[in-house]
Design a protein around this ligand. Sequence first.
Ligand code: BTN
Length: 274
Amino acid sequence: MDYTKELAGRLGEAAAFYPRILYRETVDSTNEWIKRMAAEGALRGTTACADCQTAGKGRSGRVWVSPAGENIYFSILLRPSFPAEKAPGLTLVMGLSVTEALRRMGLDVGIKWPNDAVYGGKKLCGILTELMITPGSGYYVVVGTGINVNQTAFAGEISRTATSVRLAFMEDPSSGNGNEPVARDRLLAEVLKSFFKNYAEYEKTGDLTGLLPAYNSLLMNRGRQVRIEDPKGPYLAVSRGIDAKGALLVEKEDGGIVAVDSGEVSVRGIYGYV
Ligand code: BTN
């Protein structure tokens, strides 16, 4: 079912940033679809959505299982004006945008650093940002996002760490959605509105400076002890929020502040996944 038909009408001023919002029932991967369009000169902001992916890609070469009729899978093409080394921060920009959108819909969602929107200790979305160098030293970026919306069962190991927006609403009756399926077009419109604003802010400086207050206010475990899974050896420290590059600032037992890079280490709360 094409849940994107009403999208442009719901976007308001953000619509100008998304020159084409395209939908297909089935694609291999919306990231791959965007890359094919980018090679043919597609404009920045072009957004590819699908009901189902046959070769959905996760991080580190993993598969992103993408069943039909339930979730949101979309990718946005960006042609940033800032240098390519600043592009990885866009994953955090999207994580923030998904979290803000879900909160506006009434769910008490937070961010697990660096970019997971989390409810009740489980993650609601995944983001795969790909940077593509083009001939002549230019580059473009594809930010691909999968949001678990109406899926109510997760197979095997994933069920420990993943949930969906619908399951979260069912757990929280005060949110007012009851057991009804969640409208994918409404949620996607809210995400795109937030992303449009947050990306404009990011482009001003090429980093997260303007987004720090919003991001850090939604960061889970801030001010609490976390376990840093450093390849040189794990250690405990207190999370103090992120810096403008998206590194997590943690305070060690000796009072020293260390900037932890998401490419090198993962961070967990001391009681499980979050
Ligand atoms: C992760 O491993 O957490 C990242 C998952 C990213 C999945 C999304 S779904 C839309 C886009 N197309 C893909 O093939 N992957 C991303």
